[in-house]
Design a protein around this ligand. Structure first.
Ligand code: 5RP
Length: 229
């Protein structure tokens, strides 16, 4: 079995009828959404409402026939559980997120939820976050050169504006901003890094997620089993 699917299936047990569910972004979160759709259509879950963390997830909710369940933050007073993927996870449950550029809405929803469940395959496990992945930083377009200079000047390493195929120029997020991918020169503490980087003027959000906010990490394996911590 695809290890991402194993983790996605295992996360279903954290959803109950009547819950407001934050649905993450990326391939693993969309597998969870597909499993959730099956459970709702099969009548195992009822009264569920969904909050999307990206336009991709929003479209997918509608495509799966769950558009009637889609809610926006101003329509709900709380979120019971959020289920989301990650680019890197360590044993302290610290994360790097934002490989798909959705880090700001993900953090709003994931941190707001009473329970935040992270679903990953084994390849995402690292000794200490941040490891090999750069730290995505969402930045107001006007400020990006200053933010780049500040990150590189104050903390060393390299901070690069993110580009992708399909459009000329920088990636533009769901919020109309740019993404800078930052690779620090030396090891930084993820919780301290989240706090310090977030304080730089022009930065909207940083893709370091504190393990203190994560309820459970579910790691899917090739044999279909999962490990939770
Ligand atoms: C998007 C994210 C994703 O959750 C992260 O990139 C993992 O994606 P995938 O499940 O496709 O490996 O943070 O901004």
């Amino acid at each position: 079995m695809d290890p991402k699917l194993a983790a996605a299936k295992a996360a279903l047990k954290y959803v109950r009828s009547g819950y407001v569910v934050g649905v993450g972004s990326g391939s693993t979160a969309l597998m969870f959404l597909t499993e959730l759709a099956k459970a709702i259509k099969g009548g195992e879950l009822s009264g569920v409402r969904l909050i999307a963390t990206s336009t991709e997830t929003e479209y997918e909710i509608v495509r799966l026939g769950l558009g009637d369940l889609l809610r926006y933050p101003w329509q709900v007073g709380h979120i019971d559980v959020a289920v989301d993927g990650a680019d890197e996870v360590d044993r302290g449950r610290n994360l790097i997120k934002g490989g798909g550029g959705a880090l700001t809405r993900e953090k709003i929803i994931d941190y707001w939820a009473s329970e935040f469940i992270v679903i990953v395959d084994e390849s995402k496990l690292v000794d200490k976050v941040p490891s090999t992945h750069p730290i995505p930083v969402e930045v107001v377009p006007y400020a990006w050169p200053l933010v780049k200079a500040r990150l590189e000047g104050d903390y060393g390493g390299s901070a690069e504006l993110r580009y992708s195929s399909g459009k000329r120029g920088p990636v533009i997020t769901d919020n109309g901003n740019y993404i800078i991918d930052y690779k620090p020169k030396s090891m930084i503490d993820p919780r301290e890094g989240e706090r310090i980087i977030k304080c730089i003027p022009g930065i909207v959000e940083v893709g370091l997620f504190s393990g203190l906010k994560v309820t459970k990490v579910i790691v899917g394996k090739r044999d279909g089993s999962v490990n939770e911590f």
